[in-house]
Design a protein around this ligand. Sequence first.
Ligand code: F0G
Length: 370
Amino acid sequence: MLPILATERSIVSIGEGNTPLYDLPRSGQRLGVPRLYAKHQGMNPTGSFKDTGMTVAISVARESGANWVACASTGNTSAAMAAYAARAGIRSLVLLPDGEIAWGKLAQAMDYGALTLQLNTDFDGCVRVLAEVVNRAPVYLLNSVNPYRLEGQKTAAFEIAEQMEWQVPDHLIVPGGNLANSSALGKGFLEMKHLGLTAKVPRISVIQAEGANPLVRAMHEFGGEKIEPVEAHTRATAIRIGNPASWRKAVRIIQETGGWVEQVSEAEIALAKAEIGAEGIGCEPASAVTLAGLQKLAAKGKIERKESVVLLLTGHTLKDPDYTIKYHRGELPTETEVGSLGPKIEATRRNAIRVEASADQVMRELERFS
Ligand code: F0G
């Protein structure tokens, strides 16, 4: 079910896959979905779901003798590509939107030895520049249009099925950025059903940030027939994408599986991220759109209590600690963004408190919060 290499020696692996499937009992109870799970792809070696695709694509690149690989990225693809390329002894070129990526991801690209260029544009601008570069230089393109990456990313579907004893969930909820992952997972589930390994395919829903919602608009305004690029803005920088490459594939999989699209606000994302954190799981902001989206779908009566729902958490919480610290310090979301969620957000904030180095001071805080 995966591409075949001429020799196993070409395989480049850092131990990706076999990520945990957690239950989320508190969120599940709150939302009236007792069978709620999180497939945590952030538990891969470089901390995101990109590793499962990158092991396949870099293995193919190595076998084809590539000297350079390249991608434009909101951060996670570049981190994964840089790591796998380093393992394979291939040089890597990374184009990033300047100032709009999480520090953890930028640090990874540097640590794994990529040639890291920060361009004074957004992700969509980086994609445009890279398209020209690959025409002018012999570099192997590793953006998510690369078919081998999608083949690798579909393995999360196999894992979910196996972890649920081949009873696939009723509903899978995925964040939407460049829109490759939703269709990769859909392909995985469809192939398993085709082979008779599973009886059905889950409904696949895609959630976007309100400020980066081209797919939501494409579905609601044009019935999935066309897309109008938007200028994207969201603090969930991983999905700050206005002109997604794989939108047609995402539309097809949503329609084929009976899924929905939904958009969530900056405040809803921030709160959902804190709620996932409070379950001892944690994730990066882009992953939290799944829980925020589930909440919206449940409020609209689109989720039944008996359904099993899996949220795909795409990135590790340590990818973007800056976001988390600002949330708990009360620096995000802004007052205008919080709206009616203010009290709920306040209740989840756990700022660090500076105290004198004395047991008395520590005891005072302990009593204050008991
Ligand atoms: N979640 C995270 C943490 C991501 O990094 C991305 C995409 C997505 C969700 C969206 O997945 O693009 O398949 O719809 N990150 C890409 C990158 C764009 O460059 O790292 P998608």
